[in-house]
Design a protein. Structure first.
Length: 268
């Protein structure tokens, strides 16, 4: 994730916050899963607003603003429907799909390292057919992402701040999960295209929540936050593994040579 967003202020500001990344992700899923013959599945702004409602992090008006920004920056386009020219479908551009291929590769990179015999080659080689299949497979479980956040309030607290998760990942990387790590507000701000004031406020608010400790020049993540981070990653990996099998059993991936695998507990 740091490879995608660190020292890339534009992408970090655009996508490294829960509400914007959720709109981005849900739009990709709705596009992949929609049935042109079933109007209820068409990826319209209204449907995006509907699936975003359970997140409770953004108003309908704000979702319109986010979508407009994605259109403006070349990630989304609006297409008329021949059967009803009043309707505009939200269609991912090549630019959006390319970024999603990067996202999917990141999702499966840890699993590919831990379980090299599981056949994770399609996401690791950025297979566009797999990307579509895994996004389509995600449609029935969109509510699971909401539950994952609801069940981990410490991570949700961080993720609801612009670039909050990126800052947390960077602090873990620098050793703050094991003890005091050097802290430079200006450096963190520059890395993720946010203000120094925002970084300071984020970390001070997290300290008030009991998630970390701050001193003049260092930060230490509290065990509660470290455990929440580990749980969040484990939940994500389990979810991605399940989606992999759903995607690989889809008709479009029927000719893949990828194989199933046994996890450490012996279950698929």
């Amino acid at each position: 994730m740091l490879g995608l967003y660190e020292n890339n202020p534009f992408l970090s500001r655009l996508l490294a916050a829960t509400q914007r990344s959720a709109v981005f992700f849900n739009t990709l899923v709705l596009d992949a899963a929609h049935d042109p013959t079933d109007r209820s599945t068409w990826p319209t702004i209204a449907l995006v607003q509907e699936v975003m409602a359970p997140y409770g992090v953004s108003s309908r008006r704000n979702i319109e603003t986010i979508v407009a920004r994605f259109v403006e920056t070349g990630f989304l386009s609006r297409h008329e429907v021949a059967a009803d020219r009043r309707v505009r479908l939200l269609v991912p551009t090549e630019k959006m799909v390319a970024h999603d291929l990067d996202w999917v590769r990141v999702y499966y990179s840890p699993l590919a390292v831990m379980f090299p015999g599981c056949g994770y080659a399609p996401p690791m080689r950025r297979d566009p057919i797999f990307r579509t299949a895994v996004r389509r497979a995600s449609r029935p479980g969109l509510g699971d992402a909401v539950k994952l956040l609801a069940n981990n309030p410490a991570i949700t607290f961080i993720m609801n701040r612009d670039a909050g998760m990126m800052v947390l990942i960077k602090l873990v990387q620098t050793g703050a999960a094991a003890g005091p790590a050097a802290l430079d507000f200006s450096d963190l701000a520059k890395r993720f295209g946010i203000s120094r004031t925002h970084v300071r406020r984020l970390l001070r608010d997290a300290e008030q929540e009991g998630l970390l400790g701050l001193s003049k020049a260092s930060v230490t993540l509290e065990p509660r936050l470290v455990a929440a981070f580990d749980r969040f990653l484990a939940d994500c990996m389990a979810g991605f593994h399940a989606l992999f099998h759903f995607a690989m059993s889809s008709p479009e991936m029927a000719n893949s040579t990828a194989i199933g695998c046994k996890g450490p507990t012996g279950s698929s």
